[in-house]
Design a protein around this ligand. Structure first.
Ligand code: SF4
Ligand code: SF4
Length: 187
């Protein structure tokens, strides 16, 4: 269970600049990554998350949601992947991606689009929870109710595993609540 000190620290980190968040998460990965990946509970969750995110991505492809999003993104102000959404990245989500071998770093963007949106879509394996849960009206209109239920089920699987992994990370990095300041970027 996440304690209040940990929560306060996570909220504080939501106000950090994207580059600084990435740098802190990478420092955590370098210091603790191997030890975390070697832990059986975490290794099992990482493997399950890889399967669940693959299954969700394949299902979304079958439903042609990628095409829907590409045509939406091509319109002015069309895509939902804005800098506002991208700012929902946090240390645990970045670290979770790194543990899965995904080191997506924020791009410099000169528009309002998300710094993690690349030419092939979202650069993350594990998206911020806000992004994972977001279903726009285009998607709701595109899918029938059975398909919407399936989308909710598959996203729910990912979400459950994602939250379980984050709890394990917090439990298994003993210094996590206290020593994040040492990971701050030097000015
Ligand atoms: S999720 Fe919806 S708003 Fe976002 S890019 Fe796809 S169709 Fe557009
Ligand atoms: S889904 Fe990915 S690219 Fe889109 S806003 Fe979220 S983090 Fe950015």
């Amino acid at each position: 269970m996440v304690n209040h000190a940990q929560q306060a620290l996570l909220w504080e980190n939501e106000s950090l600049d994207l580059r600084e968040k990435y740098s802190q998460a990478h420092a955590l990965y370098l210091r603790h990554g191997q030890q975390l990946q070697d832990k059986e509970t975490i290794a099992r969750l990482l493997a399950a998350l890889r399967r669940a995110t693959d299954t969700l991505a394949q299902w979304m492809k079958l439903q042609q949601l990628g095409i829907l999003c590409s045509s939406c993104a091509a319109k002015p102000n069309g895509s939902c992947c804005s800098s506002y959404m991208g700012n929902n990245t946090d240390l645990l989500q970045l670290l979770s991606n790194m543990l899965l071998g995904c080191f997506a770093a924020p791009r410099t963007v000169h528009t309002d689009c998300c710094a993690y949106l690349g030419p092939k879509g979202c650069a993350f394996i594990i998206k911020p929870i806000f992004c994972l849960n977001y279903n726009c009206t285009h998607i709701c209109n595109h899918l029938d109710s059975q398909a919407m239920q399936e989308l909710t089920r598959l996203s729910g699987n990912v979400l459950q595993l994602q939250v379980a992994l984050e709890e394990q990370l917090l439990e298994n990095i003993p210094t996590f609540p206290r020593d994040l300041n040492q990971y701050r970027l030097k000015p």
